[in-house]
Design a protein around this ligand. Structure first.
Ligand code: 2NL
Length: 348
């Protein structure tokens, strides 16, 4: 019996030195885990296998061998923990080394977009009026028949309604606005003069689409109401607007026209910004291009919104934004604005 337990002690000692030699050669966490199961594993670990003979020993032998097992186990566990820590440190150092960031590398370029040409013209045009003291107002695109037509002196049987083919939401009552004027009607009904507003926004007309017409387009309308206001104010303000947008040397001329909501009415031409009035493809060799419609606000409208037409008067105008942009940038096709073709958009 003495021999058996001394043999066991030798085996344990041999186990310890074999385990530690192997441990010293380990360089990865994976190998370390394998080593852990092989020697210290609860199930088939070598230390566990040796412990299996314990029940066959005498009480005294069990005490000696038990202590030795514990001693070897503690030792191996301690060395394992130390090795784990060393490996962890090594792996960290390796990661820091490999993942080192080169702060001198140039950054990756981020693609930058820009404003749509229409938005740009719309912003520029409204800013010009803002500098003259107009307030910028936006509003509903779905409107009532009253605000879009009736209040603007366009009754149900008026020929202007045929001119403006309307998209109806509920026929005779709710529609997609055909101009931004309904918003000016709302402003006038809510406030007392003086009024100075510009209303930019989308408008809708059920038209045959071609190179210069779309069913949805953009308009800027303006309205000024005050006690003293004449056609001279209209002409001066609108000519100034054209000069700010198309250049200082632009000249304006006014031709008599008709709109149901203004009297008198006038269309404004400017000398062609492409050829300075010499005559070219853009102005069809006339030297002039039409850019807006305007007029003195009809007294019927003033009365309709509750203003005294003997005390107040005003001027109003409407500009097509697509038309302005096509003139400013020499674009011959209106559908490019809604086409979202980057080859077009990148030119601005
Ligand atoms: C055009 C013509 C115009 C107006 C719009 C207007 C609005 C109110 C009262 C009076 Cl609330 N007038 N707007 C006046 C004259 C012409 O637009 O051909 N635009 C592209």
């Amino acid at each position: 019996m003495i021999e058996q337990h001394e043999d066991l002690l030798e085996q344990l000692e041999a186990l310890r030195s074999r385990a530690l030699t192997e441990l010293a050669a380990i360089h990865s966490s994976n190998e370390l885990d394998e080593w852990d199961t092989r020697y210290l594993g609860r199930n088939r670990g070598e230390l566990k296998n040796i412990s299996a003979v314990m029940p066959k020993l005498t009480k005294d032998e069990r005490k000696i061998v038990g202590q030795k097992i514990n001693d070897v186990k503690k030792d191996l566990e301690h060395q394992l923990a130390e090795k784990r820590e060393t490996l962890k440190q090594n792996e960290l150092m390796q990661a820091l080394e490999q993942e080192r960031i080169d702060v001198t590398l140039p950054g990756r370029a981020t693609p930058v977009g820009h404003m749509h040409p229409l938005s740009r013209v719309m912003l520029e045009a409204t800013q010009i009026f803002a500098r003259m003291g107009f307030n910028i107002v936006q509003g509903l695109e779905v409107e009532t028949d009253y605000h879009n037509f009736q209040a603007l002196n366009i009754p149900a049987d008026h020929p202007a309604r045929d001119m403006q083919d309307t998209f109806w939401v509920s026929p005779g009552q709710i529609l997609l606005r055909t101009h931004t004027s309904p918003m000016q009607v709302r402003v006038m009904k809510q406030t007392q003069p003086p009024v100075r507003v510009v209303v930019p926004g989308k408008v809708y007309r059920n038209e045959a689409v071609d190179a210069t017409h779309e069913a949805m387009f953009h308009q800027i309308e303006g309205l000024l109401i005050d006690e003293y206001c004449t056609m001279a104010d209209l002409k001066g303000s609108l000519e100034r607007f054209a000069q700010e947008l198309f250049g200082e040397k632009r000249r304006a001329r006014f031709r008599g026209s008709y709109f149901p909501f203004t009297e008198p009415s006038a269309e404004m031409d400017i000398d062609c910004p492409m050829c300075d009035g010499k005559g070219c493809r853009v102005c069809k060799y006339s030297g002039w291009v039409e850019i807006l419609g305007s007029g003195m606000v009809h007294p019927k409208l003033l009365r309709e919104v509750g203003y005294d037409p003997t005390k107040y008067r005003g001027f109003a105008f409407g500009v097509g934004v697509e038309r302005l942009a096509m003139l400013k940038y020499d674009i011959g096709e209106i559908r490019l604005f809604s086409g979202n073709d980057l080859r077009f958009l990148r030119q601005f």
